[in-house]
Design a protein around this ligand. Structure first.
Ligand SMILES: CCCCCCCCCC/C=C\C/C=C/C(=O)SCCNC(=O)CCNC(=O)[C@H](O)C(C)(C)COP(=O)(O)OP(=O)(O)OC[C@H]1O[C@@H](n2cnc3c(N)ncnc32)[C@H](O)[C@@H]1OP(=O)(O)O
Ligand SMILES: Cc1cc2nc3c(=O)[nH]c(=O)nc-3n(C[C@H](O)[C@H](O)[C@H](O)COP(=O)(O)OP(=O)(O)OC[C@H]3O[C@@H](n4cnc5c(N)ncnc54)[C@H](O)[C@@H]3O)c2cc1C
Length: 674
């Protein structure tokens, strides 16, 4: 593993762990990166971007005021954007996420403890131009946006509505006299709210508004709207824009609000790939599928699976390295205090985080490839695979973000008190990832989208009609008997599928019962939504488990024996962990017995012990440079206590021996003079 400083002194416990590791760490790095070529390119990019020290701050971000933090984030965003245009441009020809490679995106994390105010520009503004513009529109906007001559964001959510897009209130009314759209915010609740970078940074944004032409509403459509002067950056007349205030995280992203007072934009600023308004105001629908204007959200949902896998890899690296150097308690009086990593409960908290980072990373690559195939078909006018993909990306986004947030918090628990320090790096990771569970589609809402698809697929299976690949297991849902339990990896995956099928069947049965009892279809659905969410969750777990297992088998086909073993142990751990988390469901829908579950628990505990000697090697294999971790607890050298003290001494509170608060308040109070 390459580190920036090869002469570093490493904590002896960490050095011992590395000596114990019995597999080739670099081989696993290649698996995580998607191949040796990707690893080499990633390292080149990181070397160019990070070795200059441009990512470092003189004063820690956490000691800055909100305004200083924001300005510092803009300063570094500009440095990074310039690097991207120059030094990094050539290097970034990796398997790309369309706009810029995920490696470029990840490397940027060294520059920000929270996020860049440019995140929405690259993450949503540019992808919307690419996905929603006609070729002519694209040729005008895309070069300006990619060259950062204009900076944009994506303003869809309003104060009153985020989830229910059809309920948005901002209007775009076409005026054929001037060939312009008039954007207006008729109510307080129609103000745009949340868009990243909107508060102070951007001068353009994609605005999603209800389109009216010839007196008729045609639903929500995207528009590109200039909101600030390109030279002075002053908001344009008719625009009311500002920043929404402090948040749990994202505090360097200047999320903003935006209102329009009869603000006019040229007709050509409606993004017209999927629908057009002609000069005379005639509305023409181009797209074959009604939801193609939701395309940018689907893109980001796909990207987020990768994003959270990376953040979970960071949290588990920090917590595992810290657990190797931290010694606590004395269960055996004659022996030294053990490393906390030796406690089985600690292994239970952490190894699932490592396995989940791998599972999500591999699923994200697979999801990206499926997305590319769907996009290619849609280019040819075929949207048949979109419903299945929407169901798949919705549940994977929901479960990956929710599991990652939960496991990052678990990593914090595993670090005891020190994990609560901002300098540990974990609070910022948690604040970032917990937001991903909400934005780009709330957890419950997206799982209910998947559930709609599952119910339809179930009905198709019932009618013996063909099923799409991710739900083909539903064909076995009508055998009448419970699935046979078998604790092999494939057997457990079949059981997860049986749970998903069983839960879907329960929902359908209950809804039908409720409808027979007089409820409307909508009310019967509503009464079943707790179970529908559970069915979608079970479906997603089956998909993740199946994909993880298949991908690992494929990717380790030519690996060295010990790499095969340790990768197999991690996938098995993932399967055992989730089987044990769902014992009640397994008892309902499979033939598993109490004895089988007791045996599985023992097998799980033994597996933890087998993985234990390789734990530090496994997180080293994520190959996360210290600059990316921003952590006193997780650095490669394990100098945890020294770093904690160094950081504490940087606190502005330690600048003066006696605080002003003493003379102002404490002294008068103590002397009875307040
Ligand atoms: C590498 C580059 C850098 C990368 C950086 C990446 C990181 C970027 C991170 C940036 C940080 C923060 C940004 C945050 C941004 C945002 O949050 S933007 C706002 C996002 N908002 C949402 O996600 C709203 C969620 N709501 C919805 O999606 C929809 O309203 C919902 C799906 C819930 C319902 O839509 P309706 O129009 O009401 O549809 P409905 O009647 O329920 O369903 C009708 C029908 O349509 C199907 N459907 C719905 N959506 C889609 C879709 N997207 N694609 C295909 N089909 C869809 C639905 O399933 C129904 O089908 P059915 O057959 O009738 O059952
Ligand atoms: C950090 C951050 C950044 C963001 N950035 C952007 C951005 O750049 N651009 C942008 O446009 N938006 C952005 N958003 C907004 C984000 O997309 C929305 O907050 C998100 O889609 C959730 O919508 P909501 O806030 O309306 O939640 P609500 O829909 O009000 O959800 C509240 C609760 O109601 C439940 N609920 C709602 N509808 C249903 C239903 N039909 N069935 C069952 N339960 C339901 C939800 O599950 C949830 O528990 C951002 C949000 C955050 C937190």
């Amino acid at each position: 593993m390459t580190q920036t400083n090869n002469n570093m002194t490493v904590n002896p416990d960490l050095a011992m762990e590395r000596a114990k590791c019995n597999f080739n760490v670099l081989e696993v790095t290649h698996i995580f990166d998607g191949g040796e070529r990707n690893t080499l390119q990633r390292k080149k990019i990181e070397d160019v971007a990070l070795n200059s020290g441009a990512s470092k701050d003189a004063l820690g971000e956490e000691h800055m005021s909100p305004k200083e933090k924001y300005e510092n984030a803009v300063r570094k965003s500009c440095i990074y954007a310039t690097m991207m245009k120059n030094e990094l441009a050539e290097l970034s020809g990796l398997e790309s996420f369309g706009v810029s490679s995920p490696v470029i995106r990840r490397t940027a994390d060294a520059f920000f403890k929270e996020v860049s105010p440019f995140l929405l520009h690259l993450g949503m503004f540019v992808p919307t131009i690419m996905g929603q513009c006609t070729p002519e529109q694209q040729s005008y906007w895309l070069p300006r946006a990619l060259d950062m001559q204009i900076i944009g964001t994506y303003a869809q959510t309003e104060l009153g509505h985020g989830t229910f897009i059809r309920g948005l209130e901002t209007t775009a009314t076409y005026d054929p006299e001037t060939e312009e759209f008039v954007l207006h915010s008729p109510t307080l609740s129609s103000y745009k709210w949340w868009a990243g970078g909107l508060g102070k940074t951007v001068n353009y944004c994609i605005v999603v508004a209800q389109l009216y032409t010839k007196g008729e509403c045609h639903g929500t459509h995207p528009f590109i709207v200039q909101i600030r002067d390109e030279d002075t950056h002053v908001p344009l007349p008719g625009i009311k824009v500002g920043e929404i205030g402090p948040k749990m995280g994202f505090n360097t992203a200047d999320n903003g609000f935006l209102g329009f007072d009869h603000y006019r934009i040229p007709r050509e600023h409606m993004l017209m790939k999927n629908a057009q308004v002609l000069k005379d105001g005639t509305y023409v629908k181009v797209a074959r599928h009604g939801k193609l204007t939701y395309g940018t959200m689907v893109f980001v949902r796909v990207v987020l699976v990768n994003e959270v896998a990376f953040n979970l890899a960071k949290a588990s690296t920090i917590a595992v390295r810290y657990s190797a150097i931290r010694r606590q308690s004395k269960p055996k009086p004659d022996e030294v205090e053990p490393q906390i990593l030796d406690y089985v409960t600690q292994q239970h908290k952490l190894f699932i985080a490592i396995a989940t980072a791998h599972a999500l990373q591999l699923c994200s690559t697979w999801l990206w490839e499926s997305f590319s195939a769907v996009l290619a078909q849609m280019k040819g006018g075929n949207t048949d695979t979109l419903p299945e993909f929407h169901a798949l990306s919705s549940c994977l986004k929901a479960i990956s973000t929710s599991d990652s947030a939960h496991l990052i918090e678990q990593c914090r628990h595993a670090c005891g008190g020190h994990g609560y320090m901002i300098s540990s790096g974990i609070p910022n990771l948690y604040n970032f990832v917990s937001a991903t569970r909400t934005y780009e589609g709330d957890y419950t809402v997206l799982l209910l989208q998947t559930a709609r698809f599952l119910v339809k697929a179930y009905e198709q299976a019932e009618a013996k009609k063909p099923l799409t690949p991710t739900v083909s297991y539903l064909a076995h849902a009508f055998s009448g008997s419970r699935a046979t339990w078998d604790n092999s990896p494939d057997g457990i995956i079949r059981s997860f599928q049986a749970l998903a099928a069983g839960k879907t069947a329960v929902c359908v049965t209950n809804m039908r019962k409720r409808m027979r009892a007089g409820l409307s279809q909508v009310d019967a659905w509503e009464m079943s939504t707790i179970q529908l969410v559970a069915a979608a969750e079970a479906h997603c777990r089956a998909v993740i488990a199946d994909t993880y297992r298949k991908e690992i088998v494929r990717l380790t086909a030519n690996s060295s024996p010990n790499v095969k073993v340790v990768m197999d142990q991690l996938t098995t751990l993932y399967l055992y962990y989730w089987a044990l988390e769902r014992t009640g469901d397994l008892l309902m829908f499979t033939s598993v017995s109490q004895k089988d579950l007791v045996d599985l628990q023992i097998a799980y505990e033994e597996l933890l012990l087998k993985i234990r000697p390789n734990a530090v090697g496994l997180v080293d294999a994520f190959d996360l440079r210290d600059e990316l971790l921003h952590s006193t607890l997780g650095s490669y050298d394990g100098r945890v206590y020294e770093r904690l003290m160094e950081e504490a001494l940087k606190s502005p509170m330690n600048k003066e021996p006696v605080s002003d608060a003493y003379s102002k308040y404490l002294r008068p109070m103590m002397k009875g003079k307040l």
